[in-house]
Design a protein around this ligand. Structure first.
Ligand code: PLP
Length: 403
């Protein structure tokens, strides 16, 4: 069955009224709303097969284990992974990057270097700073130009034999900049660095093929791609995952435990200590299947129409400043001279329009531009041109009142 966009009938929350007006949800880079197939998957898991996985001999435990492992296959295949064992379920993108940073720390010595970029989310900055504190490694940052585009010549200057890890986002959640990750990986590989990709904002908008990218690890959150919160995935190359130490200790990640010592389980279980988010994994697979059914090409074309329309609405405003390059994806960040971002956000909320104001978990990026924050409208497959027109009109009204 084909799903045609905007598919609003599949998203019950979109029927809500906010302050007596239809909800216009433009905060999708923070989290997306959930379609019926995902809500159904969560509910039917608890209604028909809830049990703990991998250990039970009884029928429900078998059914839950099968569904959880089938979900792993679905997500792994969506990323173009060689096999499902390379796919670790995490609690989200933050958890995935922390996992990567912690286990890769075992390979870092004082004076080694880690490269990130100016446009990273805090969750792709802080775990690496912590790795540096643990190991004596040094953090290096790829700068960006005035339009929020990474300076690859400066990246070349940073790369050297001491570069052990490069960890970059694919699409900036703050500005919508799409980074040339394949090229970033290619250059890192001439120095044998391990490359980690933060795909949190790529997963709802782009087709992903980890082999084509050539990266070593890639992390994302389910909730940014129409799945529940509390679930995400980290893909890693088999040889790398097998050679690295475990992350957290506990049940499931072991082969055998005695007080004399413990042998660790094979991947992916070595990295999944404790009872995982079983329902979340199953719902994530349902979300991925939903996206596949709609088709990423259709999603991208729909969202591009929306973002071009939103740019047009805003460009008509006197004193507008748009951040990021013109080929931005997913998010549109702006400021309006003489209007405080927070005041505009509050006014828009009264009009039923949900946008985000502030630093978007990218304080170093805001500092780079000498600002404390922006207003960000971000888009999903269920948004419509009518909503964009309403957003534009409400913004213009707000500016008249607030300036
Ligand atoms: C949301 C986001 C994260 C963090 O994801 P969590 O779901 O909060 O763990 C990391 N990087 C980017 C680019 C994001 O947009």
């Amino acid at each position: 069955m084909n799903i045609s966009l905007p598919a609003r009938e599949l998203f019950p929350i979109l029927e809500h009224q906010i302050n007596g007006r239809p909800l216009i949800y433009l905060d999708n880079a923070a989290t997306t709303q959930k379609p019926l197939p995902v809500l159904d998957a969560s509910r039917s898991y608890y209604e028909s097969m809830n049990a703990n996985i991998h250990r039970g001999t009884h029928a429900l435990a078998r059914a839950a284990t099968e569904a959880y492992e089938a979900a792993r296959k679905t997500v792994a295949a969506h990323l173009g992974a060689a096999d499902a064992e390379e796919l670790i379920f995490t609690s989200g993108c933050t958890d995935g990057i922390n996992l990567a940073a912690q286990v890769l720390s075992s390979r870092l010595s004082p004076g080694d270097e880690i490269i990130i970029s100016t446009l990273e989310h805090h969750s792709n900055i802080v775990p690496w700073q912590m790795a540096c504190e643990r190991t004596g490694a040094i953090l290096r940052v790829i700068p960006c130009d005035e339009s929020g585009v990474l300076d690859l010549a400066a990246y070349d200057q940073l790369l050297n034999e001491r570069t052990k890890v490069v960890s970059v986002g694919w699409i900036s959640n703050a500005f919508g900049t799409r980074h040339p990750v394949k090229e970033i990986v290619r250059r890192a590989k001439s120095f044998d660095a391990v490359v980690v990709i933060d795909a949190a904002q790529a997963i709802p908008h782009l087709a992903i093929d980890v082999h084509d990218l050539g990266c070593d690890m890639l992390a994302f959150s389910g909730h940014k791609v129409y799945a529940p919160t509390g679930i995400g995935a980290l893909w890693g190359k088999r040889s790398l995952l097998e050679s690295l130490p475990p992350y957290r200790g506990g049940g499931e990640m072991i082969k055998e435990v005695s007080f004399a010592g413990t042998t660790y389980n094979d991947i992916p279980f070595k990295y999944e200590a404790g009872t995982p988010n079983i329902e979340g994994a199953i719902a994530l697979a349902a979300a991925i299947q939903f996206v596949q059914k709609v088709g990423l090409a259709a999603i991208q074309s729909h969202e591009t129409t929306l973002i071009r329309a939103a740019e047009k609405e805003l460009q008509a405003i006197d004193g507008i400043h748009l951040y990021g390059p013109s080929d931005r994806i997913g998010a549109l960040s702006f400021r309006i001279e003489g209007v405080h971002a927070y005041d505009l956000g509050t006014f828009l909320d009264q009009m039923g329009v949900a946008v985000r104001t502030g630093h978007h978990c990218c304080q170093p990026l805001m500092a780079r531009f000498g600002i404390t924050g922006t207003i960000r409208a971000s888009f999903a497959l269920y948004n419509t041109l009518e909503e964009i027109a309403q957003f534009g009109e409400s913004t213009r009204r707000a500016v008249k009142m607030l300036r």
